[in-house]
Design a protein around this ligand. Sequence first.
Ligand SMILES: [Zn+2]
Length: 301
Amino acid sequence: MPKNLAKGAAALAAAMVALSGCSAADDGDDGRPVVLTTFTVLADMAENVAGEHLRVESITKAGAEIHGYEPTPGDIRRAADADLILDNGLNLEAWFAQFVESVDVPHVVVSDGVDPIDIAGDAYAGTPNPHAWMSPLNALVYVENMVDAFSELDPDHADDYAANGDAYAAELQAVHDELVGELEALPATQRALVTCEGAFSYLARDAGLEEAYIWPVNAEQQATPQQIAAAIEFVDTASVPAVFCESTVSDKPMQQVVDATGAAYGGVLYVDSLSEADGPVPTYLDLLRYDAETIAAGLTS
Ligand SMILES: [Zn+2]
């Protein structure tokens, strides 16, 4: 064989080895235990705690509506191959109980230990608001639960999970201080946060904001004429300067509120999902910072 051709063949063989290694990794078969989360926010937190030791994936994709998600047969196959599944709990994932029953894989509810805020009104009155991660202080509890779960799954790296958890907790505390500082600086007349879904109870509590929303939890029956009328009345009465809506739902109902009141549309907030990697909130810490900035900018403009 001529020298150049031999060289080319060797390079091709090496490339094929690299390729097959690559596709094996895409199938989740890189030897690391697999942790599956129900949505992207949890996946990002879990990656921060797991470091390089675990392969973390989200069942739902960026931008997905997570409350009423309908798992596919492919999701069930992925779950059956996973080593651990993390869900938020507090009735966030209406589909999860049935889903997790169909596979023989341990699961951990990461909100365990959080002090829940009950939903104030509507058909959900008295049930916990599931969006506990919207307080970074609650996320500290999520991180503790992840450290425990990963240490049980993979005891050899327990020290690393604890160290990763501590480092991430310090970042969460810093973002908490930052966003509370930013929102506490708003004047008393501009301290009302009006959104589509009632997903901000925990953030509103941390930052001392009054919260109002069109519907309590994303579901089939949302944005009824009565709910929109109540939001319009709240915005008018409190002279709210700007209103917001979340990335995973239509902002049309909130545009009706804007049209009927003097409020401006303050922009999109992120709660139930991160953005794609090249979007504004590729991580949970980005999500918290982005929302605080958007709210502060909208209410002061
Ligand atoms: Zn939600």
